[in-house]
Design a protein around this ligand. Structure first.
Ligand SMILES: [Zn+2]
Ligand SMILES: [Zn+2]
Length: 327
């Protein structure tokens, strides 16, 4: 998928689910949504959510754990179903985000607009939430940012079949609706709720981690960016919203670092580990965490803090960005 096609896809994929949500609201208003629609929505919400969080993000972008090939293919396909882009493009943008978070070159920082006041803040938040996807000039070269994944044949195939996989993610909940009701109407409303409405809801949750997760919330660790932990977003984002923890320790398989920081994706990974289906699971001990938390108390961190590197490395032409650089 080239840049132009990706841009077209983003345009369709952000407008169509919006129409779906309006249609679903009209049906809901007329009491035409039933339990089968809720089942279709929840099943697909979990598949897409884990696909993005456990698959695209922790397994592919950060190599937080290793697993068998069929499980990798399952998570990468589930991530594609979410419809946020093919794995190679998603991971390239994401690794670049970590390299220069909240500095020039970050694909989705809310601090690109240096306009003061509420207007600048809203423009920045919009850019980091969804606006950045509409910039046709924005590309992150997969060969530069994820050469390890570009070599993976399975991921290349999933990237090539991305649009049919997204469409399958709309047909599948339709089939769930049909199986539960035995009617074509059940198929249609299942596809609507589990396909388009789910698409809308789960993608805005991911985008909220990029926007809200760099703007509102609490910081525990000294990171050279504005990442924040957003407790209320933790459960629907499958743990992704412990975003300051994640920027402090990007390779950690668990983003929740206290017992009360619910992280569904981490639970899935530790379940896989117990079943001997995952290994080399990255864990950060409490002592390392404490040292980093101490740093926050001393420097304050942040994008303008003393810990920020003077020249973002990924912006240097000679810098090769591989998986080691996102540790
Ligand atoms: Zn971030
Ligand atoms: Zn990350």
């Amino acid at each position: 998928m080239d840049g132009r096609k990706h841009y077209g896809f983003i345009l369709v994929s952000s407008l169509l689910p919006l129409f779906g949500v309006v249609a679903a609201m009209v049906l809901l208003w007329n009491s035409l949504a039933g339990p089968s629609d809720l089942v279709a929505f929840l099943v697909m919400f979990v598949i897409a959510g884990l696909g993005v969080s456990t698959g695209y993000h922790r397994l592919l972008a950060h190599r937080s754990f290793r697993t068998y090939r069929p499980i990798k293919i399952f998570f990468a396909t589930a991530g594609a179903i979410a419809g946020q882009g093919p794995p190679l493009i998603w991971v390239a943008h994401h690794r670049r985000h970590h390299r220069v978070a909240d500095k020039p070159g970050d694909p989705h920082s809310p601090y690109q607009e240096e306009q003061p006041g509420i207007r600048g803040a809203l423009k920045g938040l919009w850019h980091s939430h969804l606006g950045w996807l509409f910039d046709p000039g924005l590309t992150s070269d997969p060969i530069r940012y994820c050469p390890d994944l570009a070599r993976d044949r399975d991921l290349r195939v999933i990237s090539r079949w991305f649009i049919p996989i997204v469409l399958a993610g709309i047909v599948l909940p339709g089939l769930i609706g049909f199986a539960l009701t035995g009617t074509l109407f059940g198929f249609a409303t299942g596809a609507l709720w589990g396909g388009l409405v789910r698409f809308f809801v789960s993608n805005h949750i991911t985008y909220a981690v990029n926007s809200i997760g760099h703007y509102f919330g609490r910081r525990r660790f000294d990171t050279p960016d504005e990442s924040r932990n957003v407790a209320w977003l933790a459960i629907p984002s499958f743990g992704e919203a412990w975003h300051n923890n994640h920027h402090a320790f990007p390779r950690s398989a668990s983003h929740g670092m206290r017992w009360w920081e619910v992280d569904v994706s981490a639970l899935v990974i530790s379940g896989l580990k117990s079943a001997r289906l995952a290994w080399d699971v990255m864990e950060i001990d409490r002592e390392r965490q404490e040292r980093r938390a101490d740093g926050l108390r001393k420097t304050g961190g942040g994008r303008q803090g003393r810990s920020a590197p003077p020249v973002p490395l990924a912006e240097r032409k000679d810098a090769v960005v591989g998986v080691a650089d996102v540790e």
